[in-house]
Ligand binder design. Structure first.
Ligand SMILES: [Zn+2]
Ligand SMILES: [Zn+2]
Length: 129
């Protein structure tokens, strides 16, 4: 992925990706190969539309979501992420039929699985959720 891929996907152009996050993504990709970001940094309004909490590590630029193709790919991402120094990891199974509860939100349908990686210094370390 490129650093530009970490810009908010709403189209607003916000990209607060932290240098540390970007360095760790590059290390992760040295081991796992090039990956696709399904979500990088988010502006507050897009994060809310997304159904995520205001405390999300995507807002200050400490987190990336990496698209997962299958279970082996998930293993490759997570092992590479740990080698790269990520110590906060979420393995999300995705949604068969998601519908955001916010009436203004257009997000609905199927969402492929992803791995959330973050290095948010304000949150608990060495955790997989
Ligand atoms: Zn935005
Ligand atoms: Zn995430």
């Amino acid at each position: 992925m490129t650093r530009e891929d970490l810009a908010c996907h709403c189209g607003c152009g916000t990209n607060k990706a932290q240098d540390l996050l970007w360095q760790m993504i590059q290390k992760m990709e040295e081991v796992a190969g090039s990956q696709e970001a399904s979500s990088g940094t988010r502006c507050l309004s897009y994060n809310r539309k997304f159904g995520s909490e205001d405390t999300s590590s995507h807002i200050p630029g400490w987190a990336v979501d990496v698209r997962v193709k299958d279970n082996h790919h998930r293993w490759q991402i997570i092992t590479a992420a740990i080698l790269a120094g990520f110590n906060r990891i979420e393995a999300n199974a995705g949604f068969e039929n998601y519908r955001c509860l916010n009436p203004k939100c257009r997000r609905k349908g199927a969402f492929r699985p992803w791995v959330h990686l973050d290095c948010d210094p304000a949150k608990p370390k060495e955790t997989i959720f």
